[in-house]
Design a protein around this ligand. Structure first.
Ligand SMILES: Cc1cc2nc3c(=O)[nH]c(=O)nc-3n(C[C@H](O)[C@H](O)[C@H](O)COP(=O)(O)OP(=O)(O)OC[C@H]3O[C@@H](n4cnc5c(N)ncnc54)[C@H](O)[C@@H]3O)c2cc1C
Length: 417
């Protein structure tokens, strides 16, 4: 069914959320966009991956529609948290270090274009380690080899620079002074805003999972529209198993992840940047982000939680995890012992079997691409994913084997951190 531009604007503005709840910039018509419904590419999913893909495709001259059920950076999406870390260290997984380095430059440039440079905070990242920890040792070698900004800091210097941290058994760390964190959902919305200024049409629409095989010519939306395009990119994050149950139902594992925000004592700047960097205690599988804009000192276990439904799963934190996290905080950050919890979030990782992203064509539909599997570390890489997918769509070329569907197993064995 052919749908007019006017109907799309109505759908975008008055969809499931209602016109008044859709941010004004998403309702605004992008300048220079012609009416009609025949896109070069329809990107389904306006999380960090879909937003960057849409933006890069528009930069490459493609006519792009970006669709999202709940809105870019919505609270149910994996990109919807307050903050996300960008670090360069990835053990010996060079591809992710390279992509982080490239992505940081692209993020800074886009946020400058959006006049929102402070959505990236260069707080530094401190990765703590114990003894001959193999992953951190490999990280050190990779950062050196690739010329990423970093320094090795030993225990006496750690204690001198960050006296508010009790390092416990950690006796050294890698400090990345150029890294830091993003104000996550705001940053995704900034990408969409810039993408729209380049001609991307945003539609607040839920796409019905496509059935059948062969070339896909259109997708249907739950509101009864049809969106036609030459190519479709499904960047649906933790929803990918629902959209492609046969293909991905057992290959993407959404897990429940709890995040805690503690309120530092009044007037105490020790837990805010620049006094406090982003930190990772790798051995205890936990990390945190300094208090930003008074929203609280973030602490989050990185261990995979139970299976989770991104539409309907409960987003209330559990007393058990809070108790574990409090115990850690009082040991590692004694100045935060007994401070109040000021907020909590429940989000989900969309894990692949080993943590490598999924970026590949649908095996039975040549013009359909599957993009996701951020696996708890994808946010920072949005720009590199956008660049990579755009290059595949525009120039062709083989898919990097580690991103292929064929490498995605049905049993989880985490290898990328
Ligand atoms: C607690 C937590 C902490 C994290 N910390 C970090 C970190 O510090 N650094 C880092 O780099 N990464 C981090 N990550 C991982 C990172 O946030 C994710 O990998 C990344 O955001 C995934 O983005 P995405 O675009 O693939 O998915 P999403 O952000 O989930 O986007 C998918 C979008 O698709 C839409 N959608 C789904 N189905 C449909 C449909 N049928 N029709 C229309 N739209 C649809 C959804 O509404 C959603 O907006 C963290 C994740 C979590 C949960």
């Amino acid at each position: 069914m052919k749908t007019t531009r006017r109907e799309f604007v109505r759908a975008a503005g008055a969809g499931a959320l209602g016109a008044t709840l859709v941010p004004a910039f998403l309702r605004a018509r992008a300048p220079g966009v012609s009416s009609g419904n025949n896109y070069d590419v329809a990107v389904v999913g306006g999380g960090v991956f879909g937003a960057w893909i849409a933006y890069r495709l528009a930069q490459a001259g493609r006519r792009v529609a970006l669709l999202d059920s709940y809105g870019p950076g919505n609270a149910r999406s994996s990109s919807g948290g307050q903050t996300r870390v960008i670090r360069m260290g990835y053990g010996d997984q060079e591809i992710y270090t390279r992509w982080s380095m490239r992505s940081l430059d692209l993020w800074k440039s886009l946020l400058a274009q959006a006049s929102r440079p402070s959505l990236f905070q260069q707080a530094g990242v401190l990765w703590m380690a114990r003894g001959e920890d193999p992953l951190t040792t490999k990280t050190l070698a990779t950062l050196k080899k690739l010329g990423a900004r970093h320094e090795r800091v030993d225990r006496p210097e750690l204690e001198r620079r960050w006296p508010q941290i009790d390092f416990g058994p950690n006796n050294w760390a890698i400090y990345e002074p150029g890294s830091g964190f993003f104000a996550a959902f705001h940053a995704v919305q900034a990408v969409v805003q810039v993408a729209m200024s380049k001609g991307v049409e945003y539609l607040q629409e839920a796409v019905v999972p496509p059935s059948g095989k062969g070339k896909l010519t259109a997708v249907a939306t739950r509101s009864g529209k049809a969106v036609q395009a030459g190519t479709f990119v499904f960047a649906c994050g933790p929803w990918l198993p629902k959209v492609f149950p046969d293909l991905l139902g057992e290959r993407i594992f959404p897990t429940r992840q709890e995040v805690f925000y503690f309120g530092p004592p009044p007037g105490d700047a020790r837990f805010t940047s620049p006094a406090m960097p982003v930190w990772v205690d790798f051995a205890e599988e936990i990390y945190g982000i300094p208090d930003f804009k008074g929203r609280g000192f973030k602490v989050a276990p990185d261990r995979h939680g139970p299976a989770f439904d991104p539409d309907s799963g409960s987003r209330v934190i559990t007393p058990e995890t809070l108790a574990t996290v409090r115990n850690f905080v009082s040991r590692r950050f004694p100045g935060l012992k007994d401070v109040p919890l000021v907020a909590g979030e429940v989000c989900q990782y969309e894990n692949t079997s080993n943590g490598d992203f999924l970026i590949d064509r649908h095996p039975e539909r040549d013009n359909v691409w599957l993009v996701g599997g951020g696996s708890g570390h994808g946010f920072k890489h949005g720009p590199a994913v956008g660049e990579y997918v755009t290059a595949r769509l525009v120039e062709g070329g083989p898919v990097e084997p580690r991103f292929s569907l064929a490498t995605k197993q049905k049993v989880q064995k985490r290898a990328v951190y």
